[in-house]
Structure formats: C-alpha cells, structure tokens
Design a protein. Structure first.
Length: 575
C-alpha cells in the first residue's frame, strides 16, 4: 500500500525521492518538515525525464535535506544554551604539548576528541595529500596546512562575505586591522568551518544564474555541506569538553563560542527559510546576559583587558593579546546587542539585553561603540531599544486594560526629547539644513562629514517614526511630515548607494509611512535592485511584499496599527 501511495498518489517530490507522502495540500508534511520544494500533485513536471534533469533535481533535494537535518542539530544544541556559559580551557598537558607546534597551538581541543585519530574533522583543516605529511622532512616548513580550496574560501569570506555582513565596519589599523578576525578563525575550528560554509554559500549564490547545471555548482554545494557538518561536529565536541571540565575559563574558547553563535545566527537567517535564526540569536543574548551580569568573569579576559573595559585607556605597553581580546569581545558583544535590538522591532518584544544597555552602550567610558560595528551610534540604538520595550509594555497594558501603569505621554515625551537632542547634535556635526520652499520642510544642503553621521541620522529619523507608529499607529501621519520630508531629501541627495545595505531597517520603517505613489515607487526600486537586493541576503526579497501589504491595509483600515504589521515580517531580521 505504501508503495502505491508513493508511486501514484504522492507529490512529485516524494515520488522522485521514493518516500511515502501523506498527500497533504497544498504541500505535503514531509516536504514541509524538510524545507524542500513540494512539486505538488498536478501534471508531471517537465524535469521528470528519468535523465539528467531529474538526477540534478534529486541531488539538489538530497543536499537540502542534509542541510535541514544539520540545522535541526544546531537548533537542538542551542535550545538549551546553559552549557555555553562556562567555557573551558585546554588541559595543562595540551598547553605544554602545543607550545612547540604552531598548528596545534591554533586549534585547542579536548583530550577526548584529540585522541580519536580516525575522526575526519580532527585537524583544522584536513591536510591534503599535496602537502607534506607528518614525519616528512619538509613538515616543519608548513605553518598552516590549509588546502588550496580552503584558502580560496577563506579569502573569499574575509574579502567579500564579511564585508557584506558588516558593511559599516572599518578596521582600525593601529589596533591591528582585521588581524583579530583571521586569528580567531584559525584557532576556533567550528567558527572556521562555519565561515567557510558561509563563503561556499555565497560563491554558489553568485554563480547560480550561470552555472546551475555546471559540475562546479554542485561541487560548491558539497563543499558548503561538508564545512557545515564539520562545524556542528566540532561544536558538539567543544561543548562536551566544556561540560566535562572544571577548570578556569579560556578566552580563546569563550570568545570563539560567542563569535560562532553570532555567525550561526547570520548563516541561518540568510540560508534558512524559517525562524531557526532566532534560536541562535537567543543563545548569543543568553551568553552575553550571563557575562554582563557576572562582570565578564567567565570570558577568561586578562586583568589588563578588564581594566580597559572598565574605563582605563590603552597604553603603549598593552600587547597584541590585550588588543585582540578587547577587539573580539567588543565586536561580537556589540553585534549581539545590535541584532537583539533590531530583532525586537519586528518581534514586538523588548530587547533581551535591555537591562544592560545603560552600562554597556550608554556609558561613554565603555568601549562598545555600535558605529564601529553597524554604523549607527549608541545613543540612537539605545532609544530604539527603549521604544521596542515600550511597545511590549503597551501590548501587555492593553491586554490587562491597565494603560495608567504605562505612563504613556511621559515615556513618549522623554524619548522624543532624547531623539531631538541627538539629531540636533548630528546636524551640527555636518548635516547642515536649509529651509525649503515650505517652512515645515527641511532638506539637507551640504555633504556630511562622514558616513557614521549619515547612518546615525537616518536611524534617528527612523526612531522618530517608529515611536509614532508604536504609540499612535498609522493615524495622524501628518505630524511626521517634517521628519519624512527631511529623510526623503537625505535619501535623494546625500545617501550614496553603497550605504543602502546598512540602512535596511530604517528604509523599511520609513517606507511603511510612504505617503504617495512617488515615494512608494522609490522604495519599490530600493528593495528590488542592487545593492540592497543582494544574492547573499535572500530574506530581503520578502521586505517589499510586506511593504506593499502595509500600504494596502493603510488604505482599507483607518485604525491600522504597528502591532498588526509584525506578522508580515515575523521571521525577517532587518539587516
């Protein structure tokens, strides 16, 4: 009976995969659970030819199934992130034995894992046959046993993918540039392989249109899956060593785990079709929240690094290791805070790290500067986090019919004053405004001093609009005319196209209040073309349909609220 169902009644995907199909409509449960394309129950697709086309589709389905299963493994690892909190070092035996070998010193492992020579993922990376093998007379000449394929993928990640992830990041040459990133990748095996998987994914996406049927395309896909499998295997091994250890923390592992979880958040957002990225991001925020609450004691930071994080200044005596620790921590802690705040906007929740904002991004002495990570200065992101928290409290107060406890006008007024003061300050830095024909409309007239000023001002204007939408919905948008006109003038006259990928969140929120067809056409163009619509960021293709639906509902519903837009972008992180 199952064979009959599979062969004659199932969807075409299950038929060619020779799997049992439950016949559910419009997509069968098997296909849906595996995140693969369900080709339905209609006429036979033209690719079902028992030839090369069908073989190509089946191979692609197999690769997707493998990727889905690995996503589920990663999700299981991170759903209970308590074991990420204590990060263990190498044993003393490992430390002594590794000191004589640059290769082993780069890749700390637990003794249990290292004692398994048959494990194909035991060295970073696997030594190819073209390189000197152990005991070869030239072995001591090989510093990093990286194969040509992996060196190509590594450089592609450093030169291309990382820049797409962090378009506003500017390496600080006196602080070592991006050297910290290369060092972290080379000594953290799961992070190294996650980044190579990311690199392979991007290479496959940019060659998709021209090489879909080329063996090279399949090879890149296989390479991506190989690195992802090694990443998850190494991650599990690392967690086992952490759970078994009772020693003091090790910074190379602790900071590497934070970087890895952040990287998996990006990877799952970009390559996945659902909400698995939320699991990874929650693990990152849980890890940071624990460290923030306990004073960073589990990160294994040096005393000097802690002094600098507490407000001390760098001196010429501070070595490269201190600079590296500070840079890695502030970069990935800053990234986690950034992602946490941005995700709260579309999830309708308070940022998970809100309680620590006052210490870590509002203090002038603390070295986390979000403009160094994502281009927007701390003060704006601080207010955006407050607005998101206000939104959550408002929803709860409405449910409990207790609006009095919300201190509505007081909160709105306080945030508004903070935004106005900050925007006035950025205007004085270089965004000089001249009055237009209408006294209520201001447009920028001179080029700002730097891109940080532009991005910060755009996020500040977005925050003003976001606050109105949270407080009053899409009613009385006329009160935003000055802000909207100034922002549109900025977009038309001063925002270069290379800054647009850093402004996806402001563009979405500002686009949601577009007032007439000309403005809507502008946002349609922005979200349907490069550089915002990049092959790497498929999730951005979902933003324009969400905007179109918001515009449609604004016309048909007079009481349309911001809360009602959240379902349209529930699984989209506005990056």
């Amino acid at each position: 009976m199952s064979g009959s169902l599979r062969n004659k009644q199932g969807c075409w995907t299950c038929r060619v995969r020779r799997k049992k199909c439950d016949g559910a409509h419009p997509k069968c449960s098997t296909c849906e659970s595996l995140s693969i394309t369900c080709y339905g129950y209609g006429p036979k697709p033209d690719w079902v030819d028992h030839g090369e086309k069908e073989k190509s589709i089946v191979n692609e389905l197999k690769q997707t199934v493998r990727h889905t299963s690995r996503r589920k493994i990663a999700g299981k690892i991170l759903k209970n992130p308590a074991h990420l909190m204590k990060i263990a070092p190498k044993s003393s035996n490992e430390s002594s034995s590794s000191s004589s070998s640059p290769r082993s010193n780069l890749h700390p492992q637990s003794s249990d894992h290292a004692s398994s020579p048959d494990d194909g993922a035991n060295s970073l990376p696997d030594r190819p046959s073209s390189y000197p093998q152990p005991h070869d007379q030239n072995d001591d000449l090989v510093l990093y046993p990286i194969s040509p394929d992996e060196s190509m993928s590594l450089m592609h990640y450093l030169d291309n993918v990382f820049r797409l992830q962090y378009p506003m990041y500017k390496p600080n040459t006196p602080m070592g540039g991006r050297g910290w990133l290369l060092a972290l990748l080379l000594r953290t095996k799961p992070l190294y392989h996650a980044s190579l998987a990311f690199s392979s994914y991007h290479r496959r996406k940019i060659t998709l249109t021209t090489l879909r049927d080329h063996p090279c395309w399949v090879a890149i896909l296989v390479e991506q899956e190989k690195h992802l499998a090694i990443c998850l295997n190494e991650f599990q091994q690392l967690l086992k060593s952490i759970n078994k250890s009772i020693q003091t923390p090790c910074p190379s592992q602790a900071l590497g785990v934070l970087a890895l979880v952040v990287q998996l958040s990006f990877f799952e957002l970009i390559t996945g079709q659902g909400s698995e990225w939320k699991i990874h991001l929650r693990a990152a925020t849980n890890l940071c929240r624990r460290e923030f609450r306990e004073g960073l004691i589990n990160l294994g930071l040096s005393d000097r690094s802690k002094d600098i994080l507490a407000g001390s200044h760098f001196t010429v005596q501070d070595g490269a290791s201190v600079i590296e620790q500070i840079t890695i921590f502030t970069f990935f802690a800053g990234t986690t805070i950034w992602l946490d705040i941005i995700s709260a906007i579309t999830m309708g929740t308070s940022p998970q790290l809100l309680a620590h904002h006052s210490q870590y991004i509002s203090s002038a002495s603390f070295p986390i500067k979000l403009e160094d990570v994502m281009g927007c200065r701390n003060w704006v992101m601080l207010q955006i986090g407050r607005i998101a928290a206000f939104h959550e409290r408002k929803i709860q107060a409405l449910k409990e019919e207790d609006l009095a406890s919300l201190k509505f006008e007081e909160t709105v007024g306080d945030i508004t004053r903070e935004l106005q003061a900050g925007l006035a300050h950025t205007a004085l830095e270089g965004l000089n405004f001249s009055d237009g024909v209408n006294d209520d409309i201001s447009v920028p007239s001179t080029i700002p001093l730097n891109s940080d000023t532009l991005v910060t001002h755009m996020f500040g204007n977005m925050a003003t609009i976001y606050l109105h939408l949270v407080a009053y919905g899409f009613q009385n948008l006329d009160s935003l005319n000055t802000t909207i006109c100034a922002t549109m003038g900025l977009l038309h006259t001063q925002i270069p196209s290379n800054l647009l990928p850093a402004l996806v969140c402001p563009l979405y929120v500002i686009g949601s209040v577009a007032r007439h067809e000309e403005e809507k056409t502008f946002f349609r163009h922005i979200f349907s073309s490069a550089p915002v619509l990049d092959p790497l960021f498929e999730h951005r293709s979902k933003i324009l349909p969400a905007l179109e639906e918001i515009w449609r509902r604004r016309q048909s519903k007079t009481d349309f609220t911001w809360d009602q837009t959240l379902a349209l972008v529930d699984n989209i992180l506005l990056l």
